[in-house]
Design a protein around this ligand. Sequence first.
Ligand code: FAD
Length: 479
Amino acid sequence: MARWRWLLADQLGPHFLDDDTHRVLLVETRALFARRRLHRQKAHLILSALRHRAAELGDRARLVRADTFREALTALGAPVEMVHPPSRAALAFARTVDGLDVLPPRGFVTDRADFAAWADRRRGRLRMTDFYRYALDRYDLRAHLPPPTRRPPRRTPVDVPPPPAIVEDDIDAQVRRDLDRWQAEGIRFVGRDGPRRYPATHAEARARLVHFLEHRLPGYAETDGRLGDRTGRNGDSLLSSSFNLGLLDPAPAIRAALHAGRNGAAPAAGVHRFVRGLFGWREFLWQLYWYFEPRFRGAGWLAANQPLPEWFDRLDADAVDARCLADALAGVRDTGWVDRTTRLTVLGNYGLQRGWRPAELADWFRRSFVDGTDWVMNATVIGMSQYADLARIDTHPWAFDGTHLDRIGDHCGGCRYVPKEALGDPACPYTAGFEAFLHRNRERLAADPRLAAELAERADPARRDAVLAQEERRGATAP
Ligand SMILES: Cc1cc2nc3c(=O)[nH]c(=O)nc-3n(C[C@H](O)[C@H](O)[C@H](O)COP(=O)(O)OP(=O)(O)OC[C@H]3O[C@@H](n4cnc5c(N)ncnc54)[C@H](O)[C@@H]3O)c2cc1C
């Protein structure tokens, strides 16, 4: 008889089992939800996905409800194996359990040892573009990519059909009742509850992928790099939670996109963007997480020791006048998701400008997004967005003023702040914040050509003092 296979909540697709003989252990620990203030819709998605997997597997699965993983394993009392977990904490725990076999990772395409050899050869200069170029050849994908084309970004959201709605079932109804009860008993969540928006089963996720490839991929590249609106009407695939819960295996998804490109069913630019995201970025971040030592975070590079303000932490979009930030927070509050450009240039940029503690912001992203996961955080939030990793994975801080946000989005039109202004009542919080950020970090930023030039333009001492004093006064209040 095969050993029990313990599946974590990020390992719920068919590719985490080898055949029909596995007996499967699934563990639901309420303590996990009690420890961290998760987005309510994220908590719903995780519980729903676990319970749907247990229901799919029927007699083969045992869903154990326990306070801790150790308690669940003890209750099972049988030899167990698991696929390599996706976090250092879970791996460290697995190593403390006698007789627990850890199998190689699944749900990623690239190989750990191969990445480590590549990264060692680069001697610390690790850039996604270099890795992507290398990996396309190493994994024999380059020849399958359609010849690249350039398409100018559009100004308005592409009119793509929305993904098919999720139909909730009895399992979701039970999850909602349980979460209501937990909440009444004192477990705290952030964000609003709402209809389940993201797949909880492999079948739902596959249907989303197929729909994306057929109907959304054609407009996919057109808004790359543009701020979306809060409904996700920027043409993004909305598949990240499905990949991160392990419902979808990236390798066949990449093959399917390449196939659509080869057949002329999807434009080359869209195929390139999808493969670059799923094969380039996703694999790169996963490998970096394991390549770097555990203490990656908060290297103290820039002045960054401010706590996250309450209104931001609680996703209080109604407290915010600045339209881009209010829409971004409302998007997170109402759906647990916003597009990458909004994460970087609106949310992350705001925190970077104000010197928020990188580790706290990373924790906020992890808890508040349905796709939030530990292995993405080090590189995306700590490294890229907050530039707090000693520039190991990025060449420059992603700091921008309001005029940049005006160029890439449609929020400034109806906003009470003026993108060009850094001083006085109409001063855009991003433009004033950018200027104050430059002055506070001027020594560190001197080596960055773009930011050094921006700093030189704002060298006047009287103006500098006025901006810094104004931003000091504004402090942590919602803009
Ligand atoms: C500050 C910040 C925080 C982020 N936090 C997360 C996170 O917690 N979890 C997460 O999965 N992604 C995170 N990302 C990356 C990216 O924003 C999301 O993967 C993407 O927005 C998810 O939406 P989508 O599925 O529509 O992606 P699409 O843009 O349609 O991309 C397709 C798929 O490619 C992968 N992908 C694309 N870009 C990236 C990227 N930069 N990093 C990793 N995978 C990528 C995802 O699996 C995604 O589903 C973060 C980015 C930033 C700047």
